[in-house]
Design a protein around this ligand. Structure first.
Ligand SMILES: NC(=O)c1ccc[n+]([C@@H]2O[C@H](COP(=O)([O-])OP(=O)(O)OC[C@H]3O[C@@H](n4cnc5c(N)ncnc54)[C@H](O)[C@@H]3O)[C@@H](O)[C@H]2O)c1
Length: 274
């Protein structure tokens, strides 16, 4: 049993993918530290998973990640896995999205991961073991219109994860790294996605994304099972839905290598206000 008795810290644990990782991780025997800015939801989840603790955490705050590491080491004496999972969506034309929503996207989706790395990696090196799993998205490998803050921060999350991996390999450090790139998963991420004036194109785009989640998104539980299988197999690139990544990545790579201008095609026609 690869996970029995090991300790996992999960940010954004109270909903969606984080919750799936918590519930399936508990079934695999992990001891859990559930971190979320929604303290009540994290507490409620911890109460349902025997032995789990909840630590209210805003990943945008570096001090909160340091306090999270303190709490995890105090409770369990070590940490085997850190899932830097918390993330938010922002939609709209890049020039219309509120600067505060741009900042929040960078603070949560990118700097939240960075703060986690800064708080946990030195301690993992000291304890001689550990595994950091950073959540980007298939959207971290191909930029999308109408969600630029998400594309920008998910590309950055991929780059940060690759840099971290190279640094730890360079040092021969006993800490592993993985990049998790989900495709569509049925979660609450589109409940409040708008970051600017809502126009017909943005509304249609969000409706299409929600439809995509509803029609072929995975449920968080089965998605989490695939993540744990990939971790147990030692994978750096954790891509539970390759059908959502590979054709897009191949087309993008070929476009760049051929120095072709990227083309845009709206699935099924033109946006209403284009
Ligand atoms: N659902 C998908 O289709 C999908 C696809 C690709 C990538 N992802 C990524 O998966 C991760 C999880 O997303 P999800 O779909 O489960 O979303 P979700 O909205 O269901 O859950 C996100 C959780 O993160 C928490 N959170 C948000 N900001 C936080 C902060 N500042 N500090 C602490 N916690 C915070 C929320 O309270 C919530 O519990 C995100 O990084 C997201 O970008 C999701």
């Amino acid at each position: 049993m690869a996970f029995e008795g090991k300790v996992a810290v999960i940010t954004g644990a109270a909903s969606g993918i984080g919750r799936g990782l918590a519930e399936r991780g508990h079934a695999l025997g992990l001891k859990l530290v559930l971190a979320d800015r929604d303290a009540a939801a994290a507490e409620a989840l911890a109460a349902s998973l025997e032995g789990a603790i909840a630590v209210p955490t805003d990943v945008a705050d570096p001090a909160a990640l340091a306090a999270l590491a303190d709490a995890a080491w105090a409770a369990f004496g070590g940490v085997d896995y850190l899932f830097n999972n918390a993330g938010i969506m922002a939609t709209g034309y890049s020039w219309e999205i509120d600067p505060a929503r741009w900042d929040a996207s960078i603070d949560v989706n990118l700097k939240g991961i960075l703060h986690g790395i800064r708080a946990f990696v030195p301690r993992m090196i000291d304890q001689g073991r550990g595994h950091i799993v950073n959540t980007a998205s298939v959207g971290g490998f191909g930029a999308s219109p109408l969600m630029a803050p998400y594309s920008v921060t998910k590309f950055a999350a991929v780059a940060l994860t690759e840099s971290l991996h190279a640094e730890l390999a360079m040092l021969g450090a006993p800490v592993r790294v993985s990049l998790l790139a989900p495709g569509p998963v049925k979660t609450a991420i589109f409940e409040n996605p708008f970051g600017g004036a809502v126009n017909p194109a943005t509304q249609r785009f969000v409706d299409e994304l929600r439809h995509m989640l509803d029609s072929y998104g995975l449920e968080p539980g089965p998605f989490a099972d695939k993540v744990y299988e990939a971790i147990a197999a030692g994978e750096f690139w954790i891509v539970p839905q390759p059908e959502a990544l590979d054709p897009m990545l191949k087309a993008r790579t070929e476009t760049i290598l051929a120095r072709r201008t990227p083309e845009f095609s709206w699935n099924g026609g033109e946006p209403a206000d284009a």
